[in-house]
Design a protein around this ligand. Structure first.
Ligand code: 3PG
Length: 313
C-alpha cells in the first residue's frame, strides 16, 4: 500500500502510525505539480494540508485513491463531490486544532483592544510613550460576536465568557431552539448577521469558504461595525474583502483587525502592498491552527483515520 503526504506533518507520528506502508513524505510536493500527479497516480491514500488542490487533474490521475487525510478542518481545497463520485473517503482532523485557533483569537482580541503592545521599538530607542498608550480598552463586559458557531467558535465563546464578555453569534445552520445556544458557561445570543456586526466589539469569523460566504465581510458589512470594533479572520481569506478592510482601517471606520488567512497563500508577488501602512492590523501566515500541540494532534488523528480506512477497505 502507498500513502503520499504532500505537505508538512509530524514525520515520526506518520512513520510510527503506518508501519509496512510505502510512504512518500515530501512536505514541498504541493509546489511540484508534476511530482504530485506522478506520485498520486498509484497511491492508496493522500495526506494533505490546505494548499494541495485535491481536484481535477490530480483526481483524474489518481485511479487507485481510496482516501484523503486532511491535516486540518477546512475542505475548500478538496472537491468533495468528485471524491464522493469516485468513492474516495475524506477525513478532516476534526477537533484537533480547535484550542490552538481559539487561543489565537482571544490573544488577538486582547492585543488589539489594549493596543499597548506595539511600542517595544520606541522604548528600545529610549522613548516613553505612556500618554499615547493610555486609552487602551478592556474586553471585560464587551460583546464578542461570532460569525459561525461550530466547534472552534464554541471554544472561543467559552474563553470569551470566562473573561467576562457576553457572547453573540450568527449561524443560520443552527435552529432557534437548538440546545447549542445554551452552553454550560451561559447562553449565547443568536442574532442576524447585520445585528451581530452592528453590536459587537469583537467580530470573529468561523465559517468555511463557500459560495455563500465568499465576500461576506464586504464594504457594506464593514460599514455596519462600530468604529472601535475589531475583526478577526482565522477562517478563510475569501470570507473578508482585504481591500475593503484595509480601507476601513486606514479611514478609522473600524478599530483594528487580525488576519491569519488570505485570498492567496503564500502571497504572490505584489500582493502584500494592500497592507502597507494599514494601522492596527495584525498579520500572521495561516498559523492560528498551528501550535506544536495541534500539529501533533492533527498528525495523530489523520494517520489513524487513514490507517483505519486502508485496513477496513
Ligand atoms: O483548515 C484548517 O484546519 C486550518 O486552516 C489549518 O489548515 P492546515 O492543515 O493547512 O494547517
Amino acid at each position: 500500500m502507498k500513502v503520499v503526504v504532500t505537505e508538512f506533518m509530524d514525520e515520526e507520528i506518520l512513520r510510527t502510525g503506518l508501519p509496512g506502508v510505502r510512504l512518500v513524505y515530501d512536505p514541498d510536493m504541493v509546489d511540484k505539480p508534476d511530482a504530485l500527479v506522478a506520485e498520486t497516480a498509484d497511491a492508496d491514500a493522500l495526506i494533505v494540508r490546505n494548499r494541495t488542490q485535491v481536484k481535477g487533474a490530480l483526481l483524474d490521475a489518481a485511479g487507485g485513491l481510496r482516501c484523503v487525510g486532511r491535516l486540518g478542518v477546512g475542505l475548500d481545497n478538496i472537491d468533495m463531490a468528485a471524491c464522493k463520485a469516485r468513492e474516495i473517503a475524506v477525513y478532516p482532523a476534526t477537533g484537533a486544532n480547535d484550542i490552538s485557533v481559539a487561543e489565537y483569537v482571544i490573544a488577538s482580541a486582547l492585543l488589539l483592544t489594549r493596543g499597548a503592545f506595539g511600542a517595544s521599538a520606541e522604548l528600545a530607542q529610549g522613548r516613553w510613550p505612556r500618554q499615547a498608550l493610555m486609552n487602551g480598552g478592556e474586553i471585560f463586559g464587551k460583546r464578542f460576536g461570532l460569525v459561525g458557531f461550530g466547534a472552534i467558535a464554541r471554544q472561543v465563546a467559552r474563553r470569551a465568557a470566562a473573561l467576562g464578555m457576553t457572547v453573540a453569534t450568527h449561524d443560520p445552520f443552527i435552529a432557534k431552539d437548538d440546545a447549542a445556544w445554551a452552553q454550560d458557561f451561559g447562553r449565547v445570543e443568536p442574532l442576524s448577521l447585520d445585528a451581530l456586526l452592528a453590536s459587537s466589539d469583537i467580530v470573529s469569523l468561523h465559517v468555511p469558504l463557500t459560495d455563500a460566504t465568499r465576500g461576506l465581510i464586504n464594504e457594506r458589512a464593514l460599514s455596519l461595525m462600530k468604529p472601535s470594533a475589531i475583526l478577526i479572520n482565522t477562517a478563510r481569506g475569501g470570507v473578508a474583502d482585504e481591500h475593503a478592510l484595509s480601507r476601513a482601517l486606514v479611514e478609522g471606520r473600524i478599530g483594528g483587525a487580525a488576519l491569519d488567512v488570505f485570498e492567496a497563500e503564500p502571497f504572490p508577488q505584489g500582493y502584500a502592498s494592500r497592507f502597507v501602512g494599514v494601522p492596527n492590523l495584525l498579520l500572521t501566515p495561516h498559523i492560528a491552527g498551528l501550535t506544536a500541540e495541534a500539529n501533533r494532534r492533527v498528525s495523530e488523528i489523520t494517520v489513524e483515520n487513514v490507517r483505519r480506512h486502508l485496513l477496513s477497505a
